[in-house]
Design a protein around this ligand. Structure first.
Ligand code: 2RA
Length: 403
């Protein structure tokens, strides 16, 4: 029963596996290859700058607006003063007619926003779509919207590996947005958090391979995941029976679940393969090798990752610290040698509800054949913000600047 649920969930979220027959890219299916070919016919070089100049602001739609990531996207648009003319919030038919709060920004006054069902009609005339919905909704709505001239920045995994769809972490490959044919994909949360930390070192010393273990928060399964963890912890505190899990396959409180997504024939989960497949595309390192174990942990909303990096050239922990100290999107938090409470390293409680990836515990990797070319580090970042919503809005900002 539990396994079936995990597999059903994984199939809905992530149809791609490196072991499926791949005509053109990992996870290629006839439908995705045809979609990629269709997208290739649309023009590149999309920008939102002209529309802002023309209309004085953008018509933006958030699809999947009631989920944890959708709500955070709305807050990011407010916090970052995104030039809005109108904000549409779209959800399921069940939530249509309910409202979501909009705190307002310099361009659009505070208001209650009425939810509408996510349909093609509801997206008519929209300039920018921020997607926080599942793959099936993304496939049904966004290619048609892109053909109509909308720009889509999508957080689902539906389009991430399509060659005609840039997959972007602004700190790493911002210029890739210029190649978009209307759809730009936001990477998986665990990929973003790992790569923001690894990229400054990869750029300096040439990255050959990574071995990563993730410690992924309940928020990765959305609001339901967080609510389930809270309910389990409350039951345990009161000495009551723990409710039957539904967001996760097993009880998460007081537990670790070493499976996120479905398994492939080699025993890797879809979540684990994302780090290699997405990492290769984002860093333009097609031969990068990544071993990965993804684990769900009873933490609310920040993912943490243990990362072992193997380089082409020697690099010392001191050099790595210097590179990371000035790196975009990174906060170096690496003071293990002092006594508590001044001793500091990244922890999920400190990295939640902010946008930086904290990096620390940087040291030579003694398990490598040549430790002078290998480092271990530990990084943490807010899965809902930098792992999803903030990165999506940052991508949209690149288009405002016309980059
Ligand atoms: C997770 N990768 O943490 C998901 C969220 N995108 O389960």
């Amino acid at each position: 029963m539990a396994d079936e649920r995990v597999f059903a969930e994984a199939a809905a979220e992530e149809p791609l596996s490196e072991l499926e027959p791949a005509d053109a890219f990992p996870g290629a299916t006839a439908e995705l290859v045809a979609l990629n070919d269709e997208l290739a016919k649309l023009p590149t070089g999309a920008t939102l700058a002209e529309k802002v100049a023309e209309k004085g602001g953008l018509d933006v739609a958030v699809v999947g607006a009631t989920g944890a990531v959708g709500r955070q996207m709305i807050d990011c648009l407010a916090e970052r003063d995104f030039p809005l003319r109108r904000l549409r919030v779209l959800g399921s038919a069940r939530t249509a007619g309910e409202t979501l709060p909009w705190q307002g920004n310099a361009h659009l006054a505070a208001d209650d926003l009425e939810l509408h069902e996510g349909t093609a009609e509801a997206l008519a005339g929209v300039d920018l779509i921020l997607g926080a919905a599942a793959n099936d909704i993304a496939m049904a709505l966004y290619p048609a919207a892109a053909k109509e001239g909308a720009i889509v920045v999508d957080n689902s995994s539906a389009f991430r590996l399509l060659p005609e769809v840039p997959l972007v972490v602004p700190e790493i490959n911002a210029t890739d947005v210029a190649e978009s044919h209307g759809i730009i994909a936001n990477p998986n949360c665990a990929t973003i958090i790992c790569l923001v930390a690894a990229w400054p070192l990869a750029k300096a010393a040439g990255l050959r391979s990574m071995v990563v273990s993730t410690y992924q928060a309940a928020s990765g399964a959305g609001r339901r995941g967080m609510e389930e963890l809270v309910a389990e912890e409350a039951a345990l505190a009161l000495g009551e029976p723990v409710p039957e899990p539904s967001a996760f396959a097993y009880q998460l409180a007081l537990n670790l679940i070493p499976q996120i997504g479905g398994f492939d024939a080699r025993g890797y989960t879809s979540e684990e393969m994302k780090l290699q497949n997405e990492g290769r595309k984002i860093m333009h390192l097609p031969a990068l090798r990544v071993g990965c174990t993804c684990v769900r942990v009873p933490v609310m909303r920040s993912h943490a990752e243990s990362v072992a990096l193997r380089f082409e050239r020697p690099i010392t922990p001191a050099e790595a610290r210097e590179l990371l100290r000035g790196a975009p999107g990174v906060r170096l938090v690496d003071e293990p040698a002092v006594e508590p409470p001044a001793r500091r390293y990244p922890m999920p409680l400190d990295t939640s509800d902010q946008d930086l990836v904290y990096v620390g515990r940087i040291r030579e990797d003694l398990g490598a054949e040549d430790p002078s070319r290998a480092l271990e580090l530990w990084c943490c970042g807010d899965q809902i913000r930098k792992g999803a919503a903030t990165n999506t809005v940052q991508i949209a900002e690149l288009l405002l600047a016309g980059e």
